[in-house]
Design a protein around this ligand. Structure first.
Ligand SMILES: *Cc1c(COP(=O)(O)O)cnc(C)c1O
Length: 398
């Protein structure tokens, strides 16, 4: 019996000798934080890698959410999704705004664009969707609605590192039409070679998390993506207490400056993230091929023309057909030394801070509840072996 525990994730770590060499440079320079050389290099390297015009580094993925709402002077109500990590809604709360939950589309796990308009009131100023599991939101639809009502859009793109969608509208439509079938495990998305663009180009701003558990990490870290130099300048002030010069403070900024150690670590990890995504893709395809034959489990397929990042492998359990509930499977796997994760469960709308809100009522969020009650994320990272995958699948396939 193999007793090695298989964890749900494993951090992508740079080569220690290479990291040590960069640490030596930092020690020699004695410049350890405050927009140092590695900080500037990492911002430039990420902008190029992600194919976006401007990147501003942050110390985690929560502070850029808080800062985006500050920078855009968001007030009143912000429409968001309950099916996310709790930081999404916390950022709205910390800005003194009221989160308004709308239900998700079960086919994508993302905020259902058809339900946004009904949630808009005269107090609504912004929409904060999440590209859940790295599945793209329907950014074109969301933009149409936001433009119609004069709302800002801030994407929590914590799961969307390197996610690319078809650039051209017709290819985009095809990807999203086909997406209506991606929740059907009998369907394999057709390959489509098209020109793609970063999903981070959409919305007024997008935020990323570089936490240890994400596809790309700087231990703790994050970033904001913006589209123009003026905004980049303002955000850089805001993450440095609002300092715009030695003696000038232009706003109530916060401290989210990334130190040189993490920036250097991030530069090294960026060199190996493509290989890590490739390894994750192989795992996803092995899981899918094995699970397609299992009654009562569903999962997502790739969308045609979309460059996915394979950040998570969520699987949904229909207890009646599968013969076991999600929780029963979760504990069975745990006993077999395989850690899944009930992610996202419970819903954000169920936490004490938010459950009193009108929009948090269960009747308002049936799809999100169903997903939260049936989801289990399988182990997914860059160094799962075939043996690991076999062990995991054996516990699921009876
Ligand atoms: C990880 C995550 C965050 C928060 O990022 P941190 O870097 O941990 O602060 C926010 N939103 C979502 C959807 C996340 O998954």
């Amino acid at each position: 019996m193999d007793n090695k525990q298989i964890t749900v994730t494993s951090p992508l770590l740079p080569n220690l000798d290479e990291f040590h060499a960069l640490l030596k440079e930092i020690w020699d320079s004695k410049w350890i934080t405050n927009n140092g050389s590695f900080h500037r290099q990492l911002e430039a390297a990420l902008a190029e890698y992600l194919k976006v015009p401007y990147v501003s580094l942050f110390t985690n993925g929560t502070l850029p959410l808080l800062t985006a709402l500050q920078a855009l002077r968001i007030t009143g109500e912000v429409i968001t999704t309950p099916y996310s990590f709790v930081a999404t809604t916390h950022s709205i709360w910390w800005n003194g705004c009221k989160p308004v939950f709308v239900d998700v589309d079960p086919k994508t796990g993302n905020m259902d664009p058809d339900k946004i308009e009904a949630a808009i009131t005269p107090k609504t100023t912004a929409i904060m969707p999440v590209h859940c599991y790295g599945k793209p939101c329907d950014v074109r639809r969301i933009k149409e609605i936001a433009d119609k009502y004069g709302l800002k859009v801030i994407y929590d793109a914590a799961h969307a590192f390197a996610l690319e969608i078809p650039k051209n509208e017709a290819d985009y439509k095809l990807a999203f039409d086909e997406a209506n079938n991606v929740f059907n495990p009998s369907q394999t998305a057709k390959k489509l070679e098209v020109e793609t663009e970063s999903i981070l180009n959409w919305g007024d701003m997008s935020t990323l998390s570089f936490h240890a558990t994400k596809v790309y990490n700087t231990i703790e870290g994050g970033a904001m993506i913006m589209h123009d130099a003026e905004t980049k300048k303002r955000i850089d002030y805001l993450k440095n207490f609002g300092f715009a010069g030695e003696t000038i403070v232009v706003g109530p900024g916060i401290n989210s400056k990334v130190d040189e150690m993490r920036a250097a670590y991030g530069l090294l990890n960026l060199k190996q993230v493509d290989a890590a995504i490739e390894a994750r893709k192989k795992t996803a395809n092995i899981y899918r091929d094995a699970l397609r034959r299992v009654n009562g489990v569903t999962f997502y397929e790739d969308m045609p023309g979309v460059k996915h990042n394979y950040s998570y492998f969520p699987m949904f359990i229909d207890a009646e057909k599968y013969g076991m509930t999600r929780d029963e499977l979760y504990f069975k796997m745990k006993e077999g030394n395989v850690l899944g994760r009930r992610y996202f469960y419970p819903l954000i709308s169920e936490f004490s801070t938010y459950r009193g809100l009108e929009s948090a009522r269960k009747e308002n969020l049936p799809n999100a509840h169903k997903m939260a009650d049936t989801v289990i994320c399988l182990p997914m990272h860059h160094e799962l072996s075939y043996g690991d995958m076999e062990k995991i699948l054996k516990l699921i396939i009876k």
